[in-house]
Every structure is written in structure tokens, then in C-alpha cells.
Design a protein around this ligand. Sequence first.
Ligand SMILES: Cc1cc2nc3c(=O)[nH]c(=O)nc-3n(C[C@H](O)[C@H](O)[C@H](O)COP(=O)(O)OP(=O)(O)OC[C@H]3O[C@@H](n4cnc5c(N)ncnc54)[C@H](O)[C@@H]3O)c2cc1C
Length: 498
Amino acid sequence: MIVDVVIAGAGPNGLMLACELSLAGVRPLVLERLPERSQDNRANGLVGQVVRMLDRRGLYERLAGVQDPPRPAPGFVFGALPIDLSVLDDNPLYLLPVPQLRIEQMLEERAGELGVEIRRGHELTGFDQDADGVTLKVSGPAGPYTVEARFLVGADGGHSIVRKLAGIAFPGVTTDTTISRTAHATVPAEFIDPATGGLDVPGYGPIPPLLHHRTERGLFVYAPLPSSTAPLISTMEWNGQDAEGPLTLAELQASARRVLGADIAFGPPDGPGPHLMRKLNGGNTRLAERFRDGRVLLVGDAAHVHAAIGGPGLNLGLQDAVNLGWKLAAEVRGTAPAGLLDTYESERRPAAERVVMSSRAQSALIAPGSEVTGLRALFTELLGDPRNVRRIADLMSGADIRYDVGSDHPLAGRWAPDLDLEGGGRLAELTRDGRPHLIDFTGGDWGHPATAGLSGSAVPCTALLLRPDGYVAWATDVPQPDAESRASLRTAIRRWLG
Ligand SMILES: Cc1cc2nc3c(=O)[nH]c(=O)nc-3n(C[C@H](O)[C@H](O)[C@H](O)COP(=O)(O)OP(=O)(O)OC[C@H]3O[C@@H](n4cnc5c(N)ncnc54)[C@H](O)[C@@H]3O)c2cc1C
């Protein structure tokens, strides 16, 4: 039997891709080397367009536990500098504080509902590809076996064996100057400031909750997250000494003392675990030189890794998966227009490059030293201007992504704005099935333009063609369908939907 698509890796991005392929009528096989989901939680939340993207698939409410649509955040941080997002009239930055373990659990449940087969304890160990397909070598609980597939997608993380075996280079930089320490721990009750929910540390002063807090000696984070009984404490230091061995609370306390110049006696966390105790030395910023080699593609961390600051990883990776899913499904079904699958890389590489740029800039802004303090003072001045706040919010959310879809309308190539539909529904309710939609705002004859919000301005629009990934393939503001607009719509349908 030949499987249409094998996905190596049941992390968040592999699972999301599996859901998207299934929605588009292609049932993939997912291979995951771990017999059970890892209990090592990485992300503590989703930041950016990905929150709205999950809403458009009906998955936001499963994570948020509410029926209401997502709302933009009133504030956030860029490089440990607070950003007041309330100055924006259509703030694009959405946040969803939920642990990655919960996101993976939800996506695995969803994949199961859609009939995806996930083989746990089955590791991809090698593959060969030719013009017709890929032969995979797999090591499973009952021994080695092979699988024939038409496509293989590496969603197997930063150390991707798929990327390595495909001979795709992973250029970038590795830094070894930082040590970050993170643990669930209790703090003395008298240090907690009930007014802010943050800390007031004797000998240091106030520390706001949930934000990166920089001093000239390092970074400190106090995060009392709703998902955990004990707060998450983090420090980051540069050029510090590593105490050998696994992290201990005493080591974390010593690090906090160096960063803050004051003592906080951390205690072991109460309540049910899993409790985090993690030390990371250095970090990688790397981008795969290609996202595709013949019948082999890469998504998520297999294609790009960068600092976790600002939480951009899943915004990037989950949207890779949604961008790839419908295109790969069309290729498998034989309905894809020529070149459609290549637009996966031409659209997602620039998005990854922007995340790399943003995470490098933020890493520079949190570093210790008086020059950085000067740079931060300048940035703080710049962030007093709402136009700069908008640029940073667009960058962090990915709202400034504009794909080249071959149309000049201001909405074309952009994430479709939230629209209220006739009869009271939201656009997000229409898009759960992952299908393309032609949306007419005028009741049939494109009459008077409706307006759609875009980067703070209202854009006239009478009809738009929505791609399955939520981006606008074509839009018009002509009051009546005329020969030119009909022809451009037909061109867009052929170009994107075959
Ligand atoms: C400390 C930390 C904090 C972070 N915080 C955030 C945050 O707040 N917000 C955010 O958006 N992102 C955050 N990230 C980034 C985010 O965790 C990653 O981007 C995300 O996990 C990538 O998902 P993935 O599915 O691409 O890869 P992974 O999560 O790495 O999953 C890859 C899967 O492939 C499996 N696998 C590997 N090799 C094989 C093989 N040969 N055969 C079969 N299976 C295989 C692995 O077992 C694993 O399950 C953080 C990362 C770190 C390290």
C-alpha cells in the first residue's frame, strides 16, 4: 500500500499539518518516535496571528475554554520593553496563554477525530526518494519495516533527521554565551504584591508579573501562570559560570541574586506536576537552506530555529503547517495548479526570516551592559509613537505578512480581516472546514463596497476570494461585476485552486 503523505513527528506542527491534510481530503500517516507524549513543556503560550488562525478552525475555543472570539491583548513586551497596545485602533496582537503540552493534546484529539493514524514509538530512521515516491525506513516496537509514500514531511524538530538525510543545510549561528534557568518554584508570600500580582523584593523593588524583567546583569521572569499551581521563575545570564549537573533551586536562587542583587528564597512547588526544572546553555538561530527537496518537505522547527523570546515559534510553525496542508493535499489529489507547492517556501521563508530578525533584535535588547541600556532608552522613546507600536505589533503578530498573490487590491495576499457575515455569523465560523470561499459583501451584484479594517484603515471591498489558509487570494471594490473583475477572479481561481 502507498501512503499519500507520511509526517515524521507528532509535535504541534506535525499534528496541525495532519489535521489540515485531513480537512483537505488526504489522510496522512504520522510517525512519532516517542512511545508517549513528552511531559517536558516548552511553550507557555501562543502569540500572534496563530491565535486567530486557530479560531478560524474552531480550535481556539477548545484551548481557551470559552465560546467568545479571541480579543487582542492590551499590552505585551518586545525585548523586555513594555508595549502599550491600547494606543492602536485595530490592535493585531492576540495572545493565548496555554501550555504547549495542552496544545499538543488538543491537536492530537482533533487529528483523531479526523481519522489520522498516529504511530507512537515508530521512529523514521532513513529514506530514499525517486520521481514517483519515497521509501521510508521505520523502526517500530515490533522491529524495522518500510513504508512507501508519495510525500514525506519532516516535522521532526530542530535536530530533524529528515532535513539531514535530504542533504538540506541548516546555516545560521550557535551562541554559547547565555545560560537560562527555569523552574516551577514558590516565593515567600510576603514578596508577592497583591496589587500587581508581581513581586516586591526587599533590597530590589517591584517586579511586574509575566514580563521579562531586565537588569544590567541579566534577565528575570516571575510568571504566575493560570495553568500551574506554582509560578514559573526564569533567569538568563551572559558569560556566567555553569554549575555542573542538573538545575537545583539553590542554583536558581544564586542566579537570581546575581541578576537582581537581592535574595529570594525559592521553595519547591506545591500541587500536581509535572514541574519544570530546566537549564539551557546557549542557543541556535538557523534557517534551512531549502524547505523542499523533491518529494520531501520541512515544517516548523525542522525548517527554522531561533530564540524563544517573545514566543514566536508556534506562530511561525503552525502557520507553516496551515500554509502547506491545502497545497500538498491539492498536489496529492492531482488538482494543484502548476507551481502551487513551490509557493509554500516562497511564502513561508520570508515569514521565517522576519522571525529570525525579530528574535535577534530582541536578544540584543535584553543583553546586559550600559550600551544596551542606552539602546533600550532610545527604543522606549520610539515606542512612545503609536506608528512604531503598530510596526512592532505587526512584526510580532505576523500581521504584516503579505503574500504575492498577483492582485493589487490592498487586502490581496493578506490575512482576511474578521468580517461579520449576513445572518450574524463570523468569518471564523465559515472557515472551519478549511475550504476556499468566495465572499460577496453585497448580496449578489457587488453593490456598495463594505469596508474591512486593515492596519488601522478601512479598505473598501465588495467581494473577496479566501484561500483555505485564511489569506485573501483576490479582492475587488468595483460596485458591479464587470468583464475585468470577472476575468481577474477567474485568473485567481485558476492560480490558487486549479
Ligand atoms: C524553552 C522553550 C520555550 C519556548 N516557548 C515558546 C512559546 O512561549 N511560544 C511559542 O510559540 N514557541 C515557544 N517555543 C518554541 C516551540 O516549542 C517550538 O517551536 C515547537 O515545539 C516546534 O514544534 P515542532 O512540531 O516543529 O517540533 P517539536 O516540538 O520538536 O516536535 C518534533 C517531534 O518529532 C519527533 N521526532 C523527532 N525525530 C523523529 C524521527 N526520526 N521519527 C519520528 N519522530 C521524530 C519528536 O519526538 C517530537 O515529538 C519554545 C521553545 C523552547 C525550547
